[in-house]
Design a protein around this ligand. Structure first.
Ligand code: ASP
Length: 341
């Protein structure tokens, strides 16, 4: 009898092992969504109207995602639709309103991933595609590749019927001033990479758990102000700036090079898959334990609909909702309270 008492729990543990996350399904929760509009040095003393404009834009995106999910839409469709909305909003550094590279042009990156099938698609360095996220999805569904770059991606956009615009269609005065400031600072200090990320934030992303339990993630960006011509960040690198599998969907924002070095998005789900960590613990551990202060943040949702939004910058534009009535929009706030749960 005694040996059965010992062996049974051991057997159960080995059977379930670390593959099962410790968090249980939230009662009655069917869908969950989180959205971000970038992490960086966000000024708490910025004019209230400006912060409010961001809050309203995030609210509109969240309302869109919420109504699609309530109607039973698929995670992937919601991610694409929400990111398209944010790409069209000049407030954000994605699509219209994207930052300028050092040549005074725009090069856009985007990726999308379906956690239920592990299919994914991405585009890098596109200059004339109005909605890079939709082109990324076409790469996923209409090619046998994962990532298309630059001119080849644009030619594919024509073949796939994805709208193209002139490069200067993405221009905004605010981003042009930011470019001048960064280039001016570079000249004065000789520093190629200012740590001050005031001019970068605005990358957009969305993660979703839909009614069927499917997970999806999408990220889209103009990159970093005054980046080198041809520079590709983490956003179109599956596993770095975007990832979704059976455990969680993750979308990142921050200094892309760091997110690539540490494979941040996949690192979160790997901690859950191989280490049995909860989403909150895995996401917090990567953002506060692997990345350095001011590198950025991420949004993530797990298969039970739990959401995590850790960041190590002064702020991250973000919003979250679920089928149990949660509806929250936030810019500042210390997320570290989530850690270790
Ligand atoms: N991660 C983006 C990049 O490095 C920028 C950002 O999220 O602000 O291209």
């Amino acid at each position: 009898m005694r040996s059965v008492a010992v062996v049974l729990p051991l057997f159960a543990f080995l059977l379930c092992g670390c593959e099962l996350a410790p968090e249980s399904p939230q009662s009655n929760l069917t869908w969950a969504i989180a959205v971000h509009g970038g992490a960086g040095t966000i000024d708490r003393d910025a004019p209230r109207a400006r912060l409010q404009a961001y809050e309203e834009a995030l609210t509109r995106a969240l309302v869109k995602g919420r109504s699609m999910l309530a109607d039973g839409a698929a995670a992937l469709d919601v991610c694409e639709a929400v990111v398209r909305m944010l790409e069209d909003d000049p407030l954000f550094n994605a699509g219209k309103g994207a930052v300028f590279n050092e040549r005074g042009e725009h090069e856009l990156d985007a990726s999308i991933m379906d956690g239920s099938t592990m299919r994914c698609g991405a585009v890098a360095g596109v200059r004339t595609v109005r909605h890079p996220i939709s082109l990324a999805r076409k790469v996923m569904t209409e090619t046998r590749h994962v990532l298309l770059a630059a001119a080849g991606a644009e030619q594919f956009a024509d073949a796939a019927g994805v709208e193209r615009v002139a490069n200067d269609w993405f221009d905004t005065e605010r981003r042009r001033r930011a470019l001048q400031e960064v280039l001016g600072e570079r000249e004065r200090t000789g520093l190629l990479a200012p740590r001050d990320r005031r001019h970068d934030y605005g990358t957009v992303g969305c993660v979703v758990r839909d009614r069927e339990g499917r997970l999806a993630a999408a990220t889209s960006t103009g990159g970093m102000t005054a980046k080198k011509w041809g520079r590709v960040g983490d956003t179109p690198i599956v596993g770095a700036g975007c990832y979704a599998d059976a455990f969680a969907a993750v979308s990142c924002t921050g200094t892309g090079e760091e997110f690539i070095r540490h494979g941040v998005a996949r690192a979160v789900t790997a901690r859950m898959q191989y280490g049995g960590q909860s989403l909150a613990r895995a996401a917090h551990g990567v953002v506060h334990g692997v990345l350095r202060p001011n590198d950025g943040g991420l949004i993530a949702v797990d298969r039970f609909g739990n959401i995590a939004t850790p960041f190590n910058t002064s702020g991250m534009y973000r919003a979250q909702a679920n089928s149990s009535g949660l509806f929250e929009v936030a810019i500042f706030g210390d997320e570290s309270a989530e850690g270790g749960r």
